[in-house]
Design a protein around this ligand. Structure first.
Ligand code: IPM
Ligand code: MG
Length: 351
């Protein structure tokens, strides 16, 4: 059956990396006779410009009816004073689709190891996944208040919300090195005390996987001191936001990192980890790899089209091995030229 993909190019470099990614998707779809249809909708700042809201109703409805969603990037100084910021659209979309599990894989490949700002011997072989709870915690808790004299945010977690994300982490760990590090602040926060208790309970369902607990402050330190130590890190929404940005520094190229967000049932959303980089938007300088690898994740995780996914990865590796690198990786290849080279590699090669 034809797969319906909704593309949300968004703002800044979002549209240009989306165009590149979709060209590669079209190439691989032709090669493998994959049946898919991609439709783009305004979202984020582009939604505000077109429909006065970051998540227009048609965009939301299309996402709800999709088989998978691809998002470029959102935000930028242009909408700093907007009534609703582009980010509000993303939070509303995550909530509406119940995308509770955000998966951010972090690997350091030997080919790009010199890009890391950290010492080679520390980061070599790094391969872990951050599993971030995405629809709860302080991002969504009420009451919320902001006035001249006082501001209030509320962090809440229900047991079921913790259970499902911890289970997800354990299931992922079963396919990897079978170790889960649960990150919390159980020495201070009530939500973290419950988090730790539930993590212990869920662990008994997975006797083949080891569970360790780490306080978020020391986790932040260990992450860059001994990144190889980690396999699957599971944590709540705000800690996951912060730690995954920190973790993205380890490979040294934010422009290479994709992510996936899943619900219990319904479409998943795939997007680069980085933001909209307004400073380089429209300059043909952005690295499209994060978007391409988000598409690779979609092919695997939403559709099981593993061979197609593998071919895209191999083609990208070959192009980068030839020295075609975008500016973030110290090269001078433009976004369009990089995409064209990947398409050429896909078309030429008989795998
Ligand atoms: C992320 C981003 C978002 C978040 C922003 C844009 C709302 O930082 O996906 O990590 O805080 O979740
Ligand atoms: Mg973030």
């Amino acid at each position: 059956m034809k797969k319906k993909i909704v593309a949300l190019p968004g703002d800044g470099i979002g549209p240009e990396i989306m165009v590149g990614g979709l060209q590669i998707l079209a190439t691989i779809a032709a090669k493998f006779s994959l049946s898919l249809e991609v439709t783009s909708y305004p979202f984020g700042g582009a939604g505000i410009d077109k429909e006065n809201t970051p998540l227009p109703i048609q965009t939301l409805q299309a996402c709800q009816a999709a088989d998978a969603i691809l998002l470029g990037a959102i935000g930028g100084p242009k909408w700093n004073e907007a009534k609703e910021r582009p980010e509000q659209g993303l939070l509303a979309l995550r909530k509406a689709l119940q995308l509770y599990a955000n998966i951010r894989p972090i690997t350091v490949t030997d080919a790009l190891i010199d890009q890391s700002p950290l010492k080679k011997e520390r980061v070599q072989g790094t391969d872990f996944v951050v599993v971030r709870e995405l629809t709860g915690g302080i991002y969504f808790g009420t009451p919320r208040e902001l006035n001249e004299e006082q501001a209030v945010d509320t962090c809440t977690y229900k047991k079921e919300e913790i259970q499902r994300i911890i289970r997800k982490a354990f299931k992922i760990a079963q396919t990897r090195r079978k170790k889960v590090t649960s990150v919390d602040k159980a020495n201070v926060l009530a939500t973290s005390k419950l988090w730790r208790k539930v993590a212990e309970e869920v662990a008994t369902e997975f006797p083949d996987v080891t569970l360790e607990h780490q306080l978020v402050d020391s986790a932040a330190m260990l992450l860059i001191q001994q990144p190889r130590k980690f396999d699957v890190i599971v944590t709540e929404n705000l800690f996951g936001d912060i730690l995954s940005d920190e973790a993205s520094v380890i490979p040294g190229s934010l422009g290479m990192l994709p992510s996936a967000s899943h619900s219990e049932q319904g479409p998943s959303l795939y997007e680069p980890i980085h933001g909209s980089a307004p400073d380089i938007a429209g300059k043909n300088q952005a690295n499209p790899m994060s978007m391409i690898l988000s598409i690779v994740l979609m092919l695997r995780q939403s559709f099981g089209w593993n061979e197609a996914a593998k071919q895209i990865e191999t083609a990208c590796d070959r192009v980068m091995a030839q020295g075609m690198l975008t500016a973030d990786l110290g090269g001078s290849t433009g976004t369009k030229e990089f995409v064209a080279a990947v398409i050429k590699a896909l078309e030429e090669e008989e795998y």
